[in-house]
Design a protein around this ligand. Structure first.
Ligand SMILES: Cc1ncc(COP(=O)(O)O)c(C=O)c1O
Length: 455
């Protein structure tokens, strides 16, 4: 198994002879930078590909003692066997065996040529945006994660990147924003918290037709590789926050990038090595452990989410979840993904009532983020999306009262009972002798299954 890592030695001083550099850097990228060879995805020794559930847990390591769990190489440096360097690893900013093991495993499960792991989902996006040059245009959505919005705003304010926020749920709207100046199209699907679906294949095709050099990058955080593989849908780059489903326990921050083009992988590796945002050995080990249980967690979270979405909808709330037939893009979502995920949102029609629901829930922790084994509740406009100013939120039709539920692996009946109690305490429902239904605060109504506009 070729575990050959990236390497530049950290210390760029005289100890590196030209010969050693030549050995370590066999490639030159488009901008003339020397680059190390790409580590290949790991693959089973007999070459057989298994179902994803099996691939998630199946790994082959090169540990000298055959450790079942890849050891944590908690070392910044690696001694060289000769004065001219050139060993597999020399400096952890450039490469570390624990990180390489994780990257090769991720490349395998993401069906990618190369995967890279960095310190957060936003660090992954930062690495991607370093491909951009002043004057480049980016076309992206109008319902983006707040942190993504913030980074793009920074780039448009300071780095002369022109960013077009459009409704990416309509490929014809995206098409109109594309031109030969488009360098990147940045997509999220489902969007968060409005849970709108984006047609990745249609937009990827239109983008490449408009400019064959333009890159389509997809944030796959909401679904994880277990449920969706954007590279197979036409994307050039997939990235996600490993802080969410991949790790699953909210005990680490990480970001993952994956590509199917070795040269593009090298270009993405360059800023990681140059800036040192590669994931640390301990966090790489922890993320590797989380990935092994991705299937069982996601299956449980998803089935709980469907129960809760059906419960809320049956009681008259306006619910956004692509696992519900009432979702206007149910068919589109299912044409791309293997499941609906475990994030949903609903509206009450009243900000104060929404606040009381969030505060009254006990099992549902008030927390940003999602993908954790514990269930979480939040008001995005007050928390994860507060970095988008109120005017922009209004322009993007983001309801201020919207509540986001990120469903965990607990018992579904307990979660429903706790939520019911919170709805009653908050005055969100009218009680009837045997049941309750959403109090009419103007918006808490069932969705129109025929219309896309209602979302
Ligand atoms: C959809 C989405 N993308 C990216 C990120 C950023 O990930 P991280 O917090 O790991 O930087 C988040 C974080 O919440 C997110 O929700």
């Amino acid at each position: 198994m070729d575990e050959r890592p990236p390497s530049d030695g950290g210390d760029d001083g005289p100890r590196k002879s030209a010969k050693a550099l030549g050995k370590a850097f066999s490639n030159i990228d488009l901008d003339g930078h020397n680059l190390p060879p790409s580590p290949a995805p790991s693959s089973p020794r007999n070459g057989k590909r298994y179902a994803l559930a099996t691939e998630l847990v199946y790994t082959e390591g090169t540990d000298q003692y055959n450790a079942s769990s890849q050891p944590i190489y908690q070392s910044a440096t690696f001694k060289q066997t000769s004065g001219s360097g050139g060993n597999e690893y020399d400096y952890t900013r450039s490469g570390n065996p624990t990180r390489t093991h994780l990257e090769r495993h991720l490349a395998k499960i993401m069906c990618a040529e190369r995967a890279l792991v960095v310190t957060s989902g936003m660090a992954a996006l930062d690495v991607i945006t370093r491909l951009l040059r002043p004057g480049d245009e980016v076309v992206t959505g109008d319902d983006l994660y707040g942190g993504t919005n913030r980074l793009l705003k920074y780039l448009s304010t300071n780095n002369e990147i022109i960013v077009h926020h459009v409704d990416t749920t309509d490929p014809s709207v995206v098409q109109k924003a594309l031109s030969s100046r488009t360098a990147m199209v940045l997509l999220e699907t489902p969007t968060n918290p409005l849970i709108k679906i984006v047609n990745i294949p249609a937009i990827a095709k239109a983008t490449h037709e408009a400019n064959f050099k333009a890159l389509v990058a997809v944030d796959n955080t909401m679904l994880s590789p277990y449920l969706q593989n954007p590279l197979e849908l036409g994307a050039d780059i997939v990235y996600e926050s490993g802080t969410k489903y991949l790790s699953g326990h909210h005990d680490l921050m990480a970001g993952v990038l994956a590509v199917n083009n070795a040269a593009l992988g090298d270009r993405l590796y360059f800023p990681i090595n140059a800036s040192g945002c590669g994931l640390a050995p301990f966090d790489s080990w922890l993320l590797m452990r989380g990935i092994k249980t991705l299937k069982v967690r996601m299956e449980q979270q998803q089935s709980n989410a469907l129960r809760i979405a059906e419960f809320l909808e049956a009681h008259g709330f306006r619910v956004r979840y692509p696992g519900l037939r009432s979702h206007p893009q149910y068919d589109l979502h299912n044409s791309m993904a293997r499941g609906a995920g475990a994030v949903l949102s609903f509206e009450t029609g009243d900000i104060n009532i929404s606040e009381r629901i969030v505060e009254s829930a006990k099992l549902w922790a008030i927390s940003v983020s999602f993908g954790c084994v514990n269930s979480l509740i939040s008001m995005p406009c007050r928390m994860s999306h507060a970095s988008i100013d109120a005017k922009t939120r209004r322009e993007r039709a983001m309801p201020e009262d919207i509540i986001r539920l990120c469903v965990g692996i607990e018992d579904a009946d307990d979660l429903i009972e706790d939520l019911s109690r919170a709805l009653v305490l908050a005055g969100a429902v009218n009680l009837t002798p045997n049941s309750f239904s959403a109090a009419d605060h103007g918006k808490a109504k069932k969705v129109d299954t025929q219309s896309n506009d209602i979302f």
